[in-house]
Design a protein around this ligand. Structure first.
Ligand code: GDP
Length: 297
């Protein structure tokens, strides 16, 4: 279960305050030491933890909290508020093109869940907007990736444009866009190649595709189970591409919370969706306040 350890530790730290009638500044400091450790153990980025702890402490030692009749309750609210703020306040919707098609480019490391998420997004758009998306298979390095996308397309009854693996990805995307114009697709979702780690060739190829089609969305998929490594990946992609949003995948797995809590603060880019399983309907819009509630348990 996601966040189990973090939730338990935060509840413990705050629970100690509940037992006291009156809370002092030193009680708050003690609690914040535990909160800090809990966040670091959950693999949250160090700077993010530092800022978070500072914000909560400043608000929690204020007179209206310490002198109130329900200080612990107020502190829970402050922690909740600040967790929400760290993850971006409000949900950020997908960017839309003024004229069809809206172009969504999926990027990320191999295995992060890019191809699956491309399918999940198509499904989400069909269900929520009665959209007519076209999927473009531009991962030419893994023949299995093209087949995987075609299989997903068949499951969803969504057309998949591919030219096999012998063409330049930029050319494939160009041809795919022509097809989308002919078919009047309202969304184009481009699946691109991933690597086991960020490298120059991958980034140049992605930057070339970006320059060619100027997507409305460049969605970075990152694996939540990799914790702070996911944050580093996001930073790397964000330096080379105009990332517009993040999809945090595998949140159904044994995640500690580090990625969810760090990515927005480190990159400035919103988490737009989360993946909650392997099935094509297991994609959720990311709401920072709901996630904060889930983390606090
Ligand atoms: P890509 O290499 O980035 O295109 O990654 P894939 O889409 O092929 O996904 C890699 C593996 O992760 C596959 O086995 C997917 O079924 C799985 N996967 C993707 N998203 C999720 C998710 O949200 N939860 C879980 N549990 N598995 C996922």
């Amino acid at each position: 279960m996601a966040f189990e350890g973090l939730t338990e530790r935060l509840q413990n730290a705050i629970g100690k305050l509940r037992k006291k009638g009156k809370v002092t500044e030193s009680d708050v400091r003690e609690m914040m030491r535990e909160v800090r450790l809990a966040l670091l153990e959950a693999d949250v980025n160090f700077t993010v933890v530092k800022d978070f702890v500072k914000q909560v402490r400043e608000r929690a030692v204020g007179a209206e909290v310490l002198e109130s009749l329900t200080p612990a309750q107020q502190i829970v609210k402050i922690v909740n508020d600040e967790l929400t703020k760290t993850m971006g306040e409000a949900a950020v919707p997908l960017n839309k093109a003024p004229h069809i098609p809206t172009i969504i480019m999926m990027v990320g490391l191999q295995g992060a869940g890019k191809t699956t998420t491309a399918g999940k997004l198509a499904n989400y758009l069909i269900k929520n907007e009665k959209a007519r998306p076209l999927l473009i298979a531009a991962d030419v390095y893994r023949p299995a990736a093209v087949d995987q996308l075609k299989t997903i397309g068949q499951q969803l009854n969504v057309p998949v444009f591919d030219m096999g693996t012998d063409h330049d990805p930029v050319e494939i995307v160009k041809q795919g866009m022509i097809q989308a114009d002919l078919q009047k697709n309202d969304y184009v979702i481009i699946d691109t190649a991933g690597r086991l780690q960020i490298d120059e060739k991958l980034m140049t190829e992605l930057a070339d595709i970006e320059a060619e089609v100027q997507p409305n969305e460049i969605l970075l998929t990152v694996d939540a189970m990799t914790g702070q490594a996911a944050t580093e990946v996001a930073k790397g992609f964000n330096e080379r591409l105009n990332i517009t949003g993040v999809v945090l995948t595998k949140l159904d797995g044994d995640t500690r919370g580090g990625a969810a809590l760090s990515i927005r603060a480190v990159t400035g880019k919103p988490i737009k969706f989360t993946g909650q399983g392997e099935k094509l309907d297991q994609l959720d819009v990311f709401y920072p306040d709901r996630m904060a509630n889930r983390i606090l348990g």
